[in-house]
Write a protein that binds this ligand. Structure first.
Ligand code: G6P
Length: 607
């Protein structure tokens, strides 16, 4: 991951680099740094803290210069220390890097006879040394860059500055993303469009293996074989929004409360609000013929895929595999001829998901994606992309992206059910009516501000918390546990309710909180038995259910978190609001850094 930015400017660059870093901080916030080139050579400011601290540092000790690079780090190799913070400077060379140079140790070994002095434990520093050494032998920057790139293995996007050539940046990308932007007599490069759209909307996305020399007025692109190439310049439509939580204390709270709107915008993209007709782009196959679909995703997006499997199987009678993207890629999956892969990703940049998508394409699959961030790499590499209309999501813990993903997936399952003749029109219309009521349902749940209080007090004191669900609510139990552990650091696990007796029940002690997602559906009675099993071992039950479910389990539940009466398709979407709020309120009670939990990043671009 990590966010990188560079500017070859015609006016001072430091403030704009800092602003770009603020917009890139969701990629990693372990440490931040920047460097500029001025008459005095390279000026370097770094902190083993946040961009905010870097800003203060630069305010106290300003950086001049019209050439500069910046970096926000998510640590992979080397602890979170000042010396491991980018940029890495060797002589006249300064480097920022996103990705992993997999052969850095081997390269260090080969360079042992040169007695180099390493100042960091990172894999990235080697790039600065290699380029420095190449330039000693041959001062031609392009030849030097070529030769360095040929020695690197792994994934990277690199932005490199040479104080001896203050009119240019050298950049390269392999797997990790990189985009360049055209300004007025200035050029910009960054990890993604969000870092640049406040500077320019004329963007060119580098393709895998590309590298370039970027000057104020031009970009000379080369492909992986070092042949000069042209890449299309496009007008970016990416929203230019400065992260701002508004009236909310955290982005996570804001994003949770934006869900009623976000699901409605998303729904209206795929269902005509007036007539209720479904509207999807054309797919490269006929939904009636597709033999199977593999859904690949990571983290919260993976759980959206898990919910969707229930829907596609039931409504469209389509065989679905759901895979964690990082596993799919390496398990040599057997793919059906003419089959499809659906990559789900909020950012559209998760490298595991991107690689799984490429694997599926190589296996002859049609490639679909469902992303929130327009113009992302996953979108650019898909045959067809569906978008969620969640708007930018800043909190690391994903919320509105998930519920909007579910809305699109539900609509697609209904649409394919109709096309495949496995769903009656009347049943489809009931499902779409239910989806139209999600807005009000979510708003109602989120307005009941007191319902979580007592339960949260106990969750905050717990050592282990168990989440249970069945059917399409089983993934909501997994999502609830993920949400809670990522922002509270309390151990939480989600299980299919029927599986609890096969092991997890051993964790239950008197007082252990068990959050049960159990709307009154066809699985309810079975789940009720699992609740009884947990209760008899002393568990305290937080029951997320509708009126009938709550009535039936009144004696067993310590806390009840009400759902409106809903359809099987929408109950998981509504129940999500409760598990999100439980996690959020518990984190606030514990005083953790809700939006930037330790060790995590919003967008993960390393494998
Ligand atoms: C990271 C984030 C998670 C997210 C996952 C997948 O781990 O912290 O919140 O669910 O990546 O991200 P994607 O952008 O592909 O949905």
């Amino acid at each position: 991951m990590c966010g990188i930015i560079g500017i070859v400017g015609s006016r001072p660059v430091a403030p704009r680099i800092l602003e770009g870093l603020e917009r890139l901080e969701y990629r990693g916030y372990d440490s931040a740094g920047m460097a500029t080139v001025s008459g005095d050579g390279i000026g370097l400011r770094r902190t083993a803290g946040r961009v905010e601290t870097l800003k203060r540092l630069v305010a106290g000790s300003p950086l001049s210069g019209q050439l500069g690079i910046g970096h926000t780090r998510w640590a992979t190799h080397g602890k979170v220390t000042l010396c491991n913070t980018h940029p890495h400077v060797v002589g006249q060379i300064a480097v920022v890097h996103n990705g992993i140079i997999e052969n850095f140790e081997e390269l260090r070994r080969t360079l042992e006879p040169r007695n180099l002095r390493y100042r960091s434990q990172t894999d990235s520093e080697i790039v600065a040394h290699l380029l420095y050494l190449e330039l000693l032998d041959d001062p031609d920057p392009e030849r030097a860059m070529r030769s360095v790139l040929e020695r690197l293995q792994g994934a990277f996007s690199l932005v490199i500055m040479n104080a001896d050539q203050p009119d240019m940046l050298m950049v390269a990308r392999r797997s990790s993303p990189l985009v360049a932007g055209f300004g007025e007599d200035e050029m910009f490069v960054g990890s993604d469009a969000r870092a640049l759209v406040h500077l320019t909307r004329r963007l060119v996305y580098l393709e895998d293996g590309d590298w370039a020399v970027v000057r104020r007025e031009s970009i000379e692109l080369h492909d992986a074989s070092h042949r000069p190439v042209e890449r299309a310049v496009r007008h970016s439509e990416v929203q230019d929004e400065k992260p701002d939580p508004g009236e909310f204390p955290h982005f996570m709270a804001k994003e949770i409360h934006e869900q009623p709107e976000a699901v409605t915008y998303t729904l209206h993209r795929y269902v005509e609000p007036a007539g209720g007709e479904l509207k999807f782009p054309e797919f490269p196959f006929d939904a009636r013929d597709v033999p199977r679909m593999s859904i690949v995703a990571a983290g919260t997006s993976y759980y959206a895929g898990m919910v969707a499997r229930y829907w596609f199987e039931r409504l469209a009678r389509l065989s679905i595999d759901v895979d964690i993207a990082s596993e799919f890629r390496y398990r040599d999956p057997v793919l059906a001829p003419g089959g499809a892969v659906l990559a789900i990703s909020q950012s559209g940049e998760s490298i595991d998901t991107l690689m799984a998508l490429r694997e599926a394409r190589a296996g002859g699959q049609h490639v679909l994606s469902l992303v929130n961030m327009a113009e992302s790499t996953i979108e650019r590499e898909s045959d067809v992309t569906l978008h969620t209309a969640a708007g930018p999501e800043y909190s690391v813990a994903s919320t509105k992206a998930f519920t909007t993903q579910l809305v699109v997936l539900a609509c697609l399952a209904v649409s394919w059910g109709l096309q495949r003749g496995t769903l009656e029109a009347a049943e489809a219309s009931v499902a779409l009516d239910a989806l139209a009521r999600v807005r009000a349902g979510l708003a109602g749940i989120l307005a009941d501000t007191g319902c979580w209080d007592e339960c949260v007090g106990q969750l905050a004191r717990a050592r282990d918390i168990i989440y249970l669900g069945r059917g399409s609510n089983y993934p909501i139990a997994l999502e609830g546990a993920l949400k809670l552990k990522e922002i509270t650091y309390i151990h939480a696990e989600g299980f299919g309710a029927g599986e609890m007796k096969h092991g997890p029940i051993a964790l239950i002690e008197p007082g252990t909180p068990v959050v049960v997602v159990a709307p009154h559906d066809k699985w309810f009675d079975k789940t009720a038995s699992n609740v009884a099993e947990a209760r008899s071992r002393g568990a305290r039950i937080a029951l997320i259910s509708d009126r009938t479910g709550i009535e039936k389990l009144a004696g067993a539940a310590t806390w009840t978190l009400p759902l409106p009466d809903s359809h099987a398709l929408t109950a998981p979407i509504l129940a999500t609001a409760h598990v999100q709020m439980l996690a959020y309120r518990t984190a606030v009670t514990l005083g953790t850094d809700v939006d930037r939990p330790k060790n995590l990043a919003k967008t993960v671009t390393v494998e």
